[in-house]
Design a protein around this ligand. Structure first.
Ligand SMILES: Nc1ncnc2c1ncn2[C@@H]1O[C@H](COP(=O)(O)OP(=O)(O)OP(=O)(O)O)[C@@H](O)[C@H]1O
Length: 364
């Protein structure tokens, strides 16, 4: 049997609905599981249960051949015996310790010589050279994040747990460190579980993704699959982005970029450079359908296609169009009736360049 992480737990806080998580997936050297969902859905509770910082009243947690929790047989492995690296959302650095002191905190089992050597390795790996004696308050947000990561990774844990690792950073730093984090996790060859409510992080960092809502796991799968093929309307609502396809930036002009998806050309505004492999992400409500010939409008993209399916969901309808790739549009039910939208009907999909979101998939 392939190595696996298996989480099956029930945790109840007084006066709240129970958090029920059932997630099992094969784990390789650097597999990243994303726990994705809105605020308060239970992501941190699941992560803290894996770390041994919360005790579910029922369930089991297994990592490859180790059982960390099994309430049925009374197994409760203490957090320090799980060999896990944990990084909290606010980093929780020790304010009175230096950078080197913070990184070396979990290394007391090593001799002074080996400890210093390991700290030095981490300083190098996380590009903290020159900051060894600085205190956390003297560091930028990005540097604090790197120290917190270095401290979590230094004891060579079996599994790395990161709670919203990028949320404390300003937007440009977040985008830069997201790409760095991805390559670092691959380089470390260390499996990890990352909590986020940011879909770009889920797509960039994740190999597997679990969608959590109101304490329940709604879907588990590869991020691109979950985003583009949500199992049901609840998942679609939580992930909120129904078209995710692979493309490549093929050119740029006037601050716009041209992207090719399966031979179909799209214009987007975001600044990815030519030659980049990207995920092209489009929300269904940003797609406007036009019957027959394309009409004049401010939208930069007019894609000719045919309807694959139209599913009425109350006053709205979800229409999937084949325009060289599957594109999902959300329109009113009356549009479906007026345009006679059914399988095989030709339509034109209009999308503004600003609604075509590009997420780099370099280093996949
Ligand atoms: N120690 C606690 N005592 C009481 N209720 C708690 C406790 N910790 C979490 N909860 C409740 O459990 C639910 C899930 O919280 P959790 O922090 O796991 O959500 P989350 O998805 O990580 O949210 P966020 O993205 O805002 O961090 C919430 O309703 C929260 O109020």
């Amino acid at each position: 049997m392939a190595a696996e992480i298996s989480i099956d737990l029930v945790k109840t806080f007084p006066g709240r609905p129970p958090i029920r998580a059932r997630i099992a997936y094969p784990v390789e050297a650097s597999t990243v599981l994303i726990l994705f969902g809105p605020s308060g859905s239970g992501k941190t509770t699941i992560l803290r249960s894996v770390a041994g910082l919360e005790w579910p009243e029922q369930g089991s947690i297994q990592f490859v051949s180790r059982t960390w929790l099994d309430t049925a047989s009374g197994v409760r492995v203490a957090p320090q015996d799980r060999h896990i690296g944990y990084m909290a959302q606010d980093y929780a650095l020790f304010p009175t310790y230096t950078v080197a002191g913070n990184i070396g905190y979990g290394l007391h089992h090593l001799s002074a010589l080996d400890r210093n050597k390991r700290v030095d390795e981490m300083v190098e790996l996380f590009q903290l050279r020159g900051l060894e004696t600085a205190k956390p308050r003297e560091l930028s947000g990005g540097q604090q994040q790197r120290v917190a990561l270095a401290r979590a990774v230094a004891p060579r844990p079996l599994l790395l747990l990161l709670d919203e690792p990028l949320s404390a950073l300003d937007a440009p730093t977040r985008v830069r460190l997201r790409d760095e984090l991805r390559s670092l996790l691959k380089q470390l060859a260390l499996p990890s579980i990352i909590v986020t409510h940011d879909w770009t992080e889920a797509l960039t960092l994740g190999d597997v993704m679990a969608v959590i809502n109101a304490g329940n796991v709604l879907q588990v799968g590869a991020p691109i699959e979950v985003f583009s093929r949500p199992h049901n309307a609840d998942v679609a609502r939580v992930v909120g982005i129904e078209t995710v396809v692979k493309g490549r930036v093929v050119g740029s002009s006037d601050g716009m970029v041209q992207v090719s998806v399966n031979g179909t050309r799209l214009t987007a505004v975001e600044g990815e450079s030519t030659g980049r492999d990207v995920f092209v992400c489009i929300r269904s409500e940003d797609v406007v359908l036009e019957r027959g010939q394309a009409t004049a409008s401010s939208a930069r993209n007019h894609l000719a296609g045919t309807v694959v399916s139209a599913t009425v969901l109350g006053a709205l309808a979800q229409v999937t169009i084949d325009c060289g790739f599957p594109l999902v549009a959300m329109v009113t039910r009356s549009t479906v009736e007026e345009f006679g939208l059914s399988s095989g009907v030709p339509v034109v999909a209009a999308i503004k360049a600003g609604s075509v979101h590009l997420v780099s998939r370099q280093g996949e």
